[in-house]
Design a protein. Structure first.
Length: 341
């Protein structure tokens, strides 16, 4: 019997490449599309090497609807996972139109073609950023979304709403939004991982680049927050665990186990970790000293947020299994691989 095929848009990126591996390992056929605006072919080669499968790759911009239509005509997938988006929060404040244009157009094109070409199942990459500074912790899927402080965050809220309204209106279209907390780490093979361009905005790549000597010193943004050690708290989710959540969610749609046409799941560990705890854990598991200093607070930072993951645990039958230490060891192994250390 032919394998079930899944389109992975943005599959040359960080989370998309790990998800492509997890899908193939779970028995799916994968087609990767990407415009390589924030990635390169190394990740696709990494996916091929890890899985031993010559995964088809097509260089396509999802904002180009006619080019995207060619992909829909060429491949018979019933399901798609849409990762393709820009994701730098700070840049989105400086260049809002770039973010609204890319993140909204790419998603609308995918949805329109799903409809026009009779495809059924779509997963959307949403973010814990939609919760802002929560009133109560941990956040559940029913916690209120807060007005976003960035155009990037707005695109996530808007795309969630577009998916909700489309699945309500168009018969045969089913969707799930996965709200990722803070993805980190890399595949244990060290063949794929996170490769930010320029100075990293996110904590873990800044830590690994500092350990590798690419950055001089990690600035910890604030140690005077009302948390036990004064630093901010997040729910850091291993990217391999996160990839597994996509397999669970797309399988739910493909097998018709969804309870509504549109569902939302938090994807985190359910555990809050402070910046200082993470730095200390990184030093300990990798047996090194990190050069860091306490700096001022970063504008717009949430003080603390972590997930209630009961819904994903029960409904998707999925749970994060990797420990913080395992993940930080994998992140360091990947950085060393990239730097040839
Ligand atoms: P990434 O930049 O590594 O991957 C995104 C990929 O999409 C890149 O390979 C990029 O080249 C591609 N892309 C962008 N616009 C495109 C377009 N118009 N057409 C085709 N390809 C396009 O980012 P990531 O960390 O893997 O994030 C994947 C998704 O998850 C994004 O939607 C992001 O907003 C979301 N997300 C990420 C995080 C995080 O912290 N990494 C957290 C929550 C949500
Ligand atoms: C984590 C913690 C920083 C860098 C962002 C987006 C969010 C989502 C994930 C996409 C914070 C501290 C960081 C540094 C530091 N992305 N930090 N020094 O801000 O939780 O979320 O990425 O959807 O939308 O906003 O992640 O990794 O930037 O920061 O002290 O050099 O690390 O202050 O407390 P954040 P982050």
């Amino acid at each position: 019997m032919a394998k079930e095929q899944v389109l992975v848009s943005g599959g040359a990126g960080y989370i998309g490449s790990h998800t492509a591996v997890a899908l193939i390992e779970a028995g799916y056929d994968v087609v990767i599309i990407d415009n390589l605006s924030n990635s390169d072919m190394n990740a696709v080669e990494g996916v091929r090497k890890i899985t031993g499968v010559d995964v088809p790759f097509e260089k396509v911009d999802c904002c180009d609807k006619e080019a995207l239509r060619v992909i829909f005509k060429k491949y018979p997938f019933r399901s798609a996972i849409h990762f393709a988006a820009y994701k730098a929060v700070g840049e989105s404040v400086d260049e809002p139109l770039k973010y609204y244009s890319n993140n909204l157009c790419s998603f609308i094109n995918i949805l329109e073609l799903m409809r026009e070409e009779g495809r059924e199942n779509i997963l959307f990459s949403s973010s814990a950023t939609v919760y802002g500074e929560p009133d109560a912790l941990p956040v559940t899927e029913n916690s209120p979304r807060k007005p976003s402080t960035s155009p990037y965050g707005n695109t996530k809220q808007m795309c969630e709403d577009i998916l909700r309204d489309s699945t309500a209106a168009y018969k045969g279209l089913k969707g799930i939004a996965l709200r990722y907390f803070n993805p980190m780490g890399a595949h244990p093979s060290a063949l794929i991982g996170e490769l930010p361009r320029g100075v990293p905005n996110n904590l873990v790549p800044f830590i690994t680049q500092t350990a590798a000597g690419v950055r001089e010193c990690l600035s910890i943004f604030g140690d005077d927050y009302p948390t036990p050690d004064g630093t901010c708290i997040r729910d850091y989710i291993d990217v391999v665990d996160l990839a597994g959540a996509h397999v669970a969610a797309i399988s739910r749609l493909i097998e018709g186990r969804n309870k509504a046409n549109y569902e939302i799941f938090n994807v985190g560990t359910g555990r809050g970790v402070s910046v200082m705890e993470l730095v200390k854990a990184f030093e300990k598991v990798n047996n090194l000293k990190l050069n860091y200093r306490i700096a001022g607070r970063r504008a717009g930072d949430t003080i603390e947020v972590w997930a209630n993951t009961s819904l994903a645990n029960e409904e998707l039958g999925w749970k994060a299994t990797r420990t913080l230490e395992e993940t930080l060891a994998a992140a360091w192994a990947w950085e060393k691989h990239v730097r040839g250390l």
